[in-house]
Design a protein around this ligand. Sequence first.
Ligand code: FES
Length: 174
Amino acid sequence: MTQCLCQSKKLEKLHEIIAVHKGKAGTLIPVMHEAQDLFGHLPLDVQSMIAEGLEVPLADVYAVATFYSKFTLQPKGVYSIQVCLGTACYVKGAQALLDKLAELLHIKVGETTEDGLFTLEATRCIGACGLAPVMTVNDEVYGRLSVEQIDDIVHKYMEMAWKDEEHGDTSESR
Ligand code: FES
């Protein structure tokens, strides 16, 4: 992934965001949200910029970043796999789906595969309980899933990524 030009533009944009919010009350979380939208995650240098810009301790920024599940310190994969662990899905075996995915991708919940392709997450109810157990991959919803289907679904996305690579597309399709 080439970052150079984009990265400097993003940093510039972050400066602007901070400048707009600076000096106002309750701006830390909104700024962090905008920063995460911009970078996809909140690495330490971004947290430092926010802390410096808003004149709050870096420890406060870090505490917020690690407390709220909406924030992530790690870059997200091209495909974000979210398994619902709400009651209906849990009762129908969602944990087994999550375990299978973790085993297959060699990552834990909240982590991203080394190749940057998949991020594995657990979510609360997404309002599709009738389809339990449910998992989503980016915007696609998979319902009434069984562990046996997991392999095929993951491989489908791997193949899509390979095809994109063959055609010269990058992972900027997020
Ligand atoms: S509990 Fe999973 S969609 Fe509602």
